[in-house]
Design a binder for this molecule. Structure first.
Ligand SMILES: Nc1ncnc2c1ncn2[C@@H]1O[C@H](COP(=O)(O)OP(=O)(O)OP(=O)(O)O)[C@@H](O)[C@H]1O
Ligand SMILES: [Mg+2]
Length: 140
């Protein structure tokens, strides 16, 4: 069996670690990020997990902006706050209808958007915005 090695692989610029709960996404993503930074690459590690434990891995508070990890030169880590992202996402969907539709219809839309799915979509939406931000793209 071939061992996974991020350094030896011909990687794309953006790597995604997804999968069911507890399969090792966080551990593999962190190990990959550290290995790539140690090899001289500039790396941005971002979690969009509503129950992210990245702060525990790196032992510090993280925000939705990149935090420098001094022990690993070249590595920035960010944790997108899914609740804030979800509120902003919900407002972007419902907001345009305020004042146009009856309050009951607005309340109904809000209720339908109050689920874990919205939280995940919102986090991913923020992540996609981050990737397409020209300033960030030239940084990493
Ligand atoms: N290759 C591995 N060998 C042994 N243990 C591992 C391995 N990868 C992860 N683990 C352990 O499995 C547990 C889950 O790992 P991890 O937190 O990386 O998974 P996850 O997919 O991010 O989980 P979650 O869905 O809860 O975010 C942790 O206790 C971790 O230490
Ligand atoms: Mg995880």
């Amino acid at each position: 069996m071939e061992h996974y090695s991020p350094i030896a692989s011909d990687l794309t610029k953006y790597l995604f670690f997804t999968g069911k709960g507890g399969v090792g996404k966080t551990l593999t993503a962190c190990a990959t990020a550290v290995a790539l930074a140690d090899s001289g690459k500039r790396v941005m590690l971002v979690s969009t997990d509503p129950a992210s434990n990245l702060q525990d891995v790196f032992g510090r508070e993280l925000t939705n902006k990149g935090t420098v990890i001094e022990e690993v030169p070249g590595l920035h880590v960010a944790n997108f706050d899914p609740i804030t992202a979800a509120q902003e996402y919900m407002e972007s969907v419902v907001g345009p209808y305020r004042g146009l539709l009856p309050e009951s219809a607005i309340a109904n839309m809000e209720e339908q958007l109050m689920g874990s799915c919205t939280v995940e979509i919102a986090s991913f939406n923020e992540f996609a915005g981050f990737l397409t931000n020209p300033e960030v793209r030239t940084e990493i």
